[in-house]
Design a protein around this ligand. Structure first.
Ligand code: GSH
Length: 270
């Protein structure tokens, strides 16, 4: 029996949902964990995921955490079609892409989401409600990052780091993709492409992909191919219908500040 605990507006959950769609797995039990209703802190859920995060996969009683590991596990469980390239060295290189997405890509998207979209919501709350929002969080580094993004906006050091991270990732994608090499690992779509998809979809929702890809035609072609995959559409990767408009408005409102921060990064560090 396969069970997935997830939230639809979670970029990490979308990785698992897209893997299930790529594999055409329809026999699984959904458990919705509403992050804004703080269901991730339910004592029963904390037994499955002590970090109070989604997604979590439970397969025949075995608990699998961490979205990229869940995707890898599902790929092994349902080997056809394989989402890994052939050969150990190629698999290691694919995992290098995923490691970068996990280690710096996620933090970058999370920081920009807070600076652009969640900041206003949190600043509109009373101090007490904001304290309640952060109460119970399990990872201090994450709380500190979120607070810095909310209170300092684009002046937060995390905003600059996020810009540096994604500048680098998009450039690496641009240099990897060619007509003969349409996916990150060559001629086949793999878990490397998939693990980036929801993160870039969120950046797209925040109106950041167009500026970043404007001078990167190969990365543009790759991103269009990712969005055209039936599994991307079926898994509804990207902001939900109710979030799309809000994010687009907030993204457009922050466009000038983003461009200034990006120009500052390019001037100082590139
Ligand atoms: N490294 C973890 C990160 C999971 C994570 O941070 N998930 C977010 C949603 S994308 C979450 O559950 N946040 C909990 C919260 O906002 O309280 C993974 O990849 O599964």
């Amino acid at each position: 029996m396969l069970e997935l605990y997830y939230f639809e507006n979670s970029i990490c959950s979308e990785r698992a949902l897209m893997t299930l769609a790529e594999k055409k797995v329809t026999e699984w039990i959904p458990h919705h964990v509403h992050l804004f209703k703080r269901e991730q802190f339910d004592p029963e859920y904390l037994k499955l995921n002590p970090k109070a995060q989604v997604p979590t996969l439970v397969h025949d009683g075995q608990v699998i955490r961490e979205s990229s590991l869940i995707c890898d596990y599902l790929d092994d469980l349902y080997p056809e079609p394989s989402l890994k390239p052939r050969g150990s060295a190629s698999i290691a290189r694919m995992r290098e892409w995923i490691k970068e997405a996990d280690e710096s890509g996620f933090e970058g998207v999370a920081s920009l989401s807070f600076v652009i979209a969640f900041r206003e919501k949190l600043m509109a709350m009373s101090e007490e409600d904001r304290r309640a929002y952060w109460a119970g969080q399990t990872v201090l580094a994450r709380t500190q990052r979120q607070k810095s993004c909310v209170y300092e906006g684009f002046n937060s050091p995390y905003a600059m780091r996020a810009i540096a991270t994604w500048e680098h990732i998009f450039q690496k994608i641009e240099e990897t993709i060619t007509d003969e090499h349409p996916w990150l690992m060559g001629d086949e779509f793999s878990l490397a492409d998939l693990n980036f998809a929801p993160f870039i979809a969120r950046l797209d929702g925040l109106q950041l992909v167009d500026p970043w890809l404007a001078d990167r035609p190969h990365a543009q072609t790759w991103w269009q191919s990712v969005k055209d995959r039936p599994a991307y559409i079926e898994a509804r990767v990207g902001p939900s219908a109710e979030e799309t408009d809000k994010m687009a408005i907030e993204g457009a409102r922050s466009a000038r500040e983003f461009e200034e921060a990006r120009a500052e990064y390019l001037r100082q560090y590139n």
